[in-house]
Design a protein around this ligand. Structure first.
Ligand SMILES: [Zn+2]
Length: 245
């Protein structure tokens, strides 16, 4: 790995992993470094590995060092690896701003990670020439674009918009990982926002500082502390407005 991502240890087992994991990860980490700063993507040692048989990708935080596990088969679809790694990388970045490392507002953080996956794929598709694998497959940007557009198209009615009480939000929170599509409208909304204001994306990392309980975010305080930030009003827009508790 190049020296600017020296906190990343990549475990490669299969021949495909040995061929593709380093160029793809370096590329994704470079894009994250541009958005969040190279310092933050190197702030904590992380072991990256792929497990074809795992049930799902995950940032594993009950290990030292922490680990990112992806879950792609044979590295045939690079877009899948970029998609998964970007999601878990977003959790990794946000984690660096948490005092309590287990604190999370899942419905919110998961939606951000899902939007970032789409966003990084879109950027990768447009700037594929910068990936070392470009020399092997110069036209792969087209496949990346096809993939993110396909994910973007998959939407369902919003479960967040139907939330009016804290209890309803609690139910959304509990089903967060099993019902991702229920937040797809908000995912796409944040994705569009990230595309519109790429220079403001990094603000979302501060959300843990404004957690109000473990289901809501105190956007009033956040806004008054950072009142010129363009992203916060859009983050606020996806939080259900509760009328009763
Ligand atoms: Zn996640």
């Amino acid at each position: 790995m190049s020296s600017n991502i020296n906190k990343w240890k990549i475990l490669m087992q299969t021949p495909e992993e040995q061929k593709y994991m380093i160029p793809l990860s370096s590329y994704v980490l470079k894009l994250f470094g541009e958005i969040f700063g190279v310092g933050i993507i190197n702030s904590e040692t992380c072991l990256l590995y792929n497990d074809e048989k795992a049930a799902y990708p995950m940032l594993i935080i009950n290990r030292n060092p922490i680990m990112i596990r992806t879950n792609v088969e044979k590295f045939r679809c690079w877009e899948q690896f970029i998609f998964q790694l970007s999601h878990e990388m977003t959790h990794y970045i946000i984690r660096q701003y948490k005092t309590d490392k287990t604190a999370i507002v899942k419905w919110f953080e998961e939606t951000i990670c899902e939007a970032m996956s789409l966003y990084i794929l879109r950027v990768s598709s447009m700037r594929w020439i910068e990936c070392a694998l470009h020399s092997i497959k110069p036209n792969y940007g087209v496949a990346l674009e096809f993939y993110w557009r396909d994910v973007y198209k998959q939407t369902e009615e919003s479960v967040l918009k139907r939330c009016h009480t804290l209890h309803e939000l609690e139910l959304v929170e509990e089903a967060c990982e099993t019902n991702r599509k229920g937040r797809s409208i908000e995912r796409n909304y944040l994705f569009n926002t990230f595309c519109d204001m790429p220079n403001s994306i990094a603000e979302f990392v501060y959300y843990p500082l404004y957690m109000h309980g473990d289901l809501q975010i105190d956007f009033e305080t956040w806004t008054s502390n950072q009142n010129n930030n363009l992203l916060i009003p859009h983050l606020k827009a996806i939080q259900p407005k509760l009328t009763a508790s």
